[in-house]
Design a protein around this ligand. Structure first.
Ligand code: HEC
Ligand code: HEC
Length: 454
């Protein structure tokens, strides 16, 4: 316990000052900031961080739905509560425990809310070749249970641990009362609210259209400027990139794909969408883990039809019964990684440096990561063989020199800092002037992992 706490604190002291700087520059509030009055107003105000001028009517509807806190049961929780634009669309509804809280108090999930950025090009679930072997890849959620953004967008509304609506008619009744109901009819037809299923499809299609805009894939990080020849890495960032890509060092790029020969940023999404078992340690701050020692999140082989998810809301997802899929989770993008803490599917790490250090010393110093040094303690023994222990950076044995030393870990983290959108090549920093011309009305940006005003 104490060891965990110390590690937690050490991680925070390293990372928070760096992040706070990035935050303020990236999302500095406009001078005419209004005081926040209520929860709902605060969530709605987050939409002010987005330039709406270039959105089509359908995309704008998607935005209104995404930021509407009246669409949960009880009200107060919007998509944006867990996918906050100031944190590259992450945030877990402001919990400090690594996983999200839903609209009902004490309704905690078991997974960290991933960023909704850079999902436009995620392929449907299938497989890819990696190191000459077929590996499952594609789809949305940590377990790939939705193939498209449309399919995905229907689930949170009815997930009892998220927005908790009982069924489509209940949700659509709320949309029909929303201030944008007239725009909704204009876009989707006068009779749209008469058919709850068709209206739900329209809600999902609007949200997906919004998520496919450049708001979610701006490609404005320092990395992108460097690739276009408009900025230069520092020496440390350059070293970090090398360590990130070289197979005998970090080998990170094997899964977190980067193509430094291409000026097309879509070639560098920092994920191959593959599913892998990293053997991340059990997080005892997840209430369900603490309460139920037998509960394990098996990822891909379960593809949880979320417990209690109301029928009709759920797209049929084929169960994957292959035991080799147990313990596998999707490789997330690393774009904006410095502002999307906590990390890993279970939100285990608050610090990015710890996350990178985990790769380096998981196998050489397991006692640093696992209670009593018992490796892969969040997976039943039958599935331990699914965890990769042969490819770098994992091919080390206990007490061997780690694949990456402390300085090299720092270099990789420095490189990861270049992946934050909103870089201003003239000033050499992250700056709101390269962000869409937003008129934010929120009072103050939240620190990562900190409870903000809502
Ligand atoms: C209470 C918090 C919460 C709310 C509210 C919420 N989400 Fe999420 N979101 C999550 C979590 C947690 C996950 C990961 C769940 C999983 O993998 O099983 C997720 C996953 C996603 C993903 C998949 C990302 C990826 O990389 O595959 C998308 C897209 C998404 N949410 C969009 C939405 C939209 C749209 C809404 C509103 C309709 C919404 N979310 C509401 C917490 C939330
Ligand atoms: C074999 C594929 C693979 C390699 C190699 C790999 N990763 Fe990952 N990475 C993943 C997967 C899969 C996850 C999610 C695992 C989970 O949550 O259980 C992940 C998660 C992460 C996260 C947390 C992302 C988030 O949003 O929570 C970071 C940061 C990260 N990796 C950085 C790195 C770095 C740095 C390296 C090289 C030292 C690296 N990865 C090497 C597959 C890989």
């Amino acid at each position: 316990m104490i060891q965990n706490l110390l590690r937690h604190l050490a991680g925070l002291t390293l990372v928070v000052p760096l992040l706070a700087g990035t935050f303020f520059l990236m999302f500095a509030p406009a001078p005419h900031a209004q005081p926040v009055q209520t929860n709902d107003e605060f969530i709605l105000s987050l939409a002010g961080y987005i330039d709406q001028s270039k959105l089509t009517p359908r995309e704008r509807l998607g935005l209104r739905l995404f930021f509407d806190p009246t669409l949960s049961e009880p009200g107060g929780t919007a998509c944006a509560s867990c996918h906050d634009p100031r944190r590259a669309f992450t945030g877990n509804n402001s919990t400090l425990i690594g996983v999200a809280q839903g609209s009902r108090p004490e309704a905690f999930g078991t997974r960290d809310a991933p960023t909704t950025m850079y999902l436009e090009h995620v392929p449907k679930f299938g497989s890819i070749q990696s190191d000459g072997k077929p590996v499952p890849a594609g789809g949305l959620f940590w377990d790939g249970r939705a193939d498209t953004l449309e399919e995905q967008a229907k689930q949170p509304f009815f997930n009892p641990l998220e927005m908790n609506n009982p069924n489509a008619p209940a949700l659509i009744a709320k949309v029909a009362k929303a201030p944008y109901a007239a725009e909704f009819r204009k876009e989707w037809g006068d009779k749209i609210f008469g058919n709850a299923d068709a209206a739900l499809d329209a809600v999902a299609a609007s949200i997906a259209a919004f998520e496919r805009t450049s708001v979610f894939q701006p490609f404005t990080s320092k990395f992108d400027y460097v690739m276009r020849g408009e900025a230069k890495f520092t020496e440390q960032e350059q070293r970090g990139l090398s360590l990130f890509t070289i197979r005998q060092k970090g080998n990170c790029a094997q899964c977190h794909i980067v193509d430094t020969d291409s000026r097309d940023p879509k070639k560098s999404l920092f994920t191959d969408f593959s599913y892998r078992a990293l053997g991340v340690a059990r997080s005892m701050r997840i209430p369900k883990n603490a309460a139920d020692g037998a509960f394990v999140d098996l990822g891909l082989c379960e593809r949880v039809p979320v417990e209690g998810l109301k029928p009709g809301a759920e797209a049929p997802t084929p169960k994957i019964t292959d035991p080799a899929a147990c313990g596998l989770f999707k490789t997330p993008t690393l774009r904006n990684i410095t502002i999307t803490a906590p990390y890993m599917h279970n939100g285990l790490f608050d610090s990015l440096r710890d996350t990178v250090a985990f790769y380096a010393t998981r196998d050489t110093h397991p006692e640093r990561w696992y209670a009593q040094g018992k490796k892969f303690n969040d997976l039943p023994a039958a599935y331990h063989a699914n965890v990769d222990v042969d490819t770098p950076p994992y091919q080390r044995r206990p007490k061997q020199r780690p694949q990456l030393n402390d300085e090299e870990i720092d270099d990789i983290v420095a490189f990861l800092f270049t992946l934050t959108d909103g870089y201003n090549p003239r000033r050499g920093g992250i700056d709101i002037s390269t962000q869409p011309s937003a008129a934010p009305v929120a009072s103050k940006p939240a620190a990562p992992g900190a409870r903000s005003d809502y």
